[in-house]
Design a protein around this ligand. Structure first.
Ligand SMILES: Cc1cc2nc3c(=O)[nH]c(=O)nc-3n(C[C@H](O)[C@H](O)[C@H](O)COP(=O)(O)OP(=O)(O)OC[C@H]3O[C@@H](n4cnc5c(N)ncnc54)[C@H](O)[C@@H]3O)c2cc1C
Length: 245
């Protein structure tokens, strides 16, 4: 059996350690599998996860060696009996979150805050349209299992359609539509063109992922008369900013 190790990105001060003990759940990695280039399915286990009520759309934050440096992920499932949850992490680059996603291995210890409210998708009744990117696939999976009978469209802007397609096939989300990013964001025009038909059936739009893309789609939809009651927005990351939650 592996000996649990704490992530070591930053030495922890006494205050940070006390906060971690008070606010966070001590967990360890039980499985970390590369699903496609850049993507890992990571299963975390903790006795403190047992008996918790989790709703799809909620988030967890994983401490990166300090209570003051955490990165946010979306559980794709939660087994309250076994005390286990699974996330799909995307390692986009070289931040501490990406490094943890790439390097974590069974036996590693980590400290987890949550699950906590993020997007309350449970109140969405009719057709759901989800826009996002690599960081939103966990939400897409959790949503697709929330009410399997409900019509659901998933539109993702991505860096590599080949790699994301591999992930989607593994998760049974092959119906999702992929739009590879272009230098001038013209891929967003393709997405905008699909929105009026979806609006016509009274769909609720759930916009996640990269902040500027969300802002643009939100503006377009407001301008074409989509009411705020059918627009949900949650930026997962923004260029130049670190650790959104
Ligand atoms: C509610 C919520 C749920 C989330 N769920 C998930 C999830 O399930 N899976 C997942 O992989 N991520 C998820 N994210 C996004 C993830 O928390 C961020 O991508 C995180 O910033 C990555 O940490 P980092 O340390 O690698 O980069 P940071 O140190 O935070 O950022 C370093 C630089 O990289 C940029 N950056 C951050 N993310 C990306 C990206 N995806 N692509 C390109 N550049 C980026 C930043 O703008 C910054 O300039 C979620 C975020 C939120 C707020």
């Amino acid at each position: 059996m592996n000996t649990p190790n704490l992530p070591t990105q930053r030495p922890q001060g006494r205050f940070s350690k006390a906060l971690i003990r008070m606010l966070m759940k001590q967990a360890h990695v039980v499985e970390a599998e590369t699903v496609a280039e850049g993507f890992r399915s990571i299963t975390l286990e903790s006795p403190e996860f047992k008996g918790l009520h989790w709703m799809p759309g909620q988030k967890v934050q994983v401490a990166m060696g300090s209570a003051f440096v955490a990165r946010t992920f979306t559980p794709i499932e939660w087994d309250a009996k076994a005390g286990r949850t699974r996330i799909l992490g995307y390692a986009h680059g070289s931040g501490p979150g990406s490094a943890w996603v790439s390097d974590c291995k069974p036996g590693d210890r980590c400290d987890v805050f949550g699950p906590r409210a993020s997007l309350d998708v449970s109140r969405v009744g009719g057709t759901r349209v989800m826009f996002g990117d690599e960081t939103s696939i966990g939400l897409a999976y959790a949503l697709s299992h929330l009410s399997p009978g409900i019509r659901w469209e998933c539109l993702l802007e991505v860096n590599s359609a080949i790699h994301v397609r591999e992930v989607l096939v593994r998760l049974g989300l092959d119906r999702a539509k992929l739009f590879e990013r272009t230098g001038n964001d013209s891929h967003l025009e393709d997405i905008e063109r699909r929105m009026p038909n979806l609006d016509a059936v009274g769909a609720t739009f759930i916009l996640t992922g990269k902040a500027p893309s969300i802002q643009r789609l939100h503006r377009t939809m407001k301008a074409s008369g989509v009411p705020s009651s059918r627009l949900m927005v949650k930026p997962y990351w923004a260029p130049g900013k670190t650790g959104l939650d």
